[in-house]
Design a protein around this ligand. Sequence first.
Ligand SMILES: [Zn+2]
Length: 263
Amino acid sequence: MKLYLDPGHGGTDSGATGYGLLEKNVNLDIARRIQNLLTHNFENVDILMSRNSDETKSLNARSNEANAWGADFYLSIHCNAYNGNAQGYEDYIHSSLSDSSQTAQYRDIIHEEIIQLNRLVNRGKKKANFHVLRETTMHAMLTENGFIDHPEDNKLIADENWRQDVAQGHVNGLAKAFNLKRKEQDSGETIYKVIAGAFQTRDNAENRVEYLQNQGIDSFITTVTISGTTWYRVQAGAFSIRENAEARLEEVKKMLVFKMLTS
Ligand SMILES: [Zn+2]
């Protein structure tokens, strides 16, 4: 599967702005996270980025490049703006396409996965006559990931955990739509991850991370969706040697028991 991944704007074109954030930087960050997740976890995907730095590049240059490369799918990443008066997520395919077209079917799948993880108001599936949707010869979709000038959306956009979740949502959708083959962890190395709790609300997971951080245990949140329910898992280390993972697990267990006794 050949994916042309297009972080919108760049260089002299900042795109939308809000509360000190520039859309071009957010788009690039999300796109890089998508690229990383896809490259590390899936086998049969080849990615070409329209830009991988803060570079000025015309819409024509992007669509021409994707067409010449023979991409199977064009995915353009954006954030929205409306003078602080709107919020949420929406995505676009070209206005000429029917709801039963192959592009619409791909979009349905990807949309479903994105909204499971992005914690934004869902503004729905839309159509427009945008250049990158019109001038590309392959299936093409554009996502608008929140309104950068809306206070609530902006707070999320500024959070790198949120950007990671949004990237994960796009990746889950692409994997499902294009039957991407998951890489087996067969690099000769098994990785032992220490999971120090799983929660249905991010707040609870964040409290756990904060507690562990205060005890000097580096930890972070990963999300996993099981039967439509999102779980926030707190990971407190990854080890290639089982004994080290077990030692960490014991350390974390003692802390949590201690925490339960004292709180
Ligand atoms: Zn944009």
